[in-house]
Design a protein around this ligand. Sequence first.
Ligand code: ADP
Length: 245
Amino acid sequence: MSHHLVAAEHLRYRYPDGTLALDDVSFTIRHGEAVGIIGENGAGKSTLINHLNGYFLPETGRILIGHQAVDKRSRPEIRRRVGVVFQNPDDQIFLSKVYDDVAFGPRNLGLAEDKVAALVQSALELLSAWELRDRPSHNLSDGQKRAVAIAGVLAMEPDVLVMDEPTSNLDPRNRRYLIGFLNGFLHSKIIVSHDLDFIWETCARTLVLREGKLVADGRTKEILVEKALLESCGLELPLRLQGGT
Ligand code: ADP
């Protein structure tokens, strides 16, 4: 479906202090693709994510969601269609009760309360977190907070799910759970992570950024075995490929 397409066309972005953070980045992500974005600190990953929902607007080039360019006018609509889960759930969860927090987005759209209730329930159930609905949000575990933050994004029924470092602070069990959830979630997914084993398990395709440039774009299982490429980008082979050598 074309409305799930995400494309960057010659995207370039410079911060006010003159730092060129993205330099001529182009790619097209089609409906249902799962795409990892990797690169060392400072490579431009966060800057790129911030363009996908219009938080930043390109200096030159453009971002297309569906066939709509992201600009000031389209931004509210784009934010509904591109759900971004930030690295730190505390930046995302701001209402004191879990249910209300997940309901915030749908309520803000002015949906009827029965529709809101259905969206909240199905989002929390997808994350196996429905039993948390009456809990205060501030004293959840890291894994539970992550689940609630993701549910808040899913309750908006985004076409595209974007996640920034989703495994940071997750214990192995919750990490495993998140892998299972993502592999069952069939909309388009874009996942930024330093955890290359996680990318290996969740993303069929990987984009590699180095100093603001896209230096590789291809099948994860071909890119993540390329030691020299990864090393030139300040990265290491996934742990699963490091054993026994
Ligand atoms: P990553 O997410 O891959 O770590 P970023 O997108 O945060 O990379 O950063 C890309 C480049 O932009 C880096 O050189 C970084 O130092 C710079 N940068 C990030 N934020 C700012 C900012 N607010 N002002 C100036 N430069 C910035």
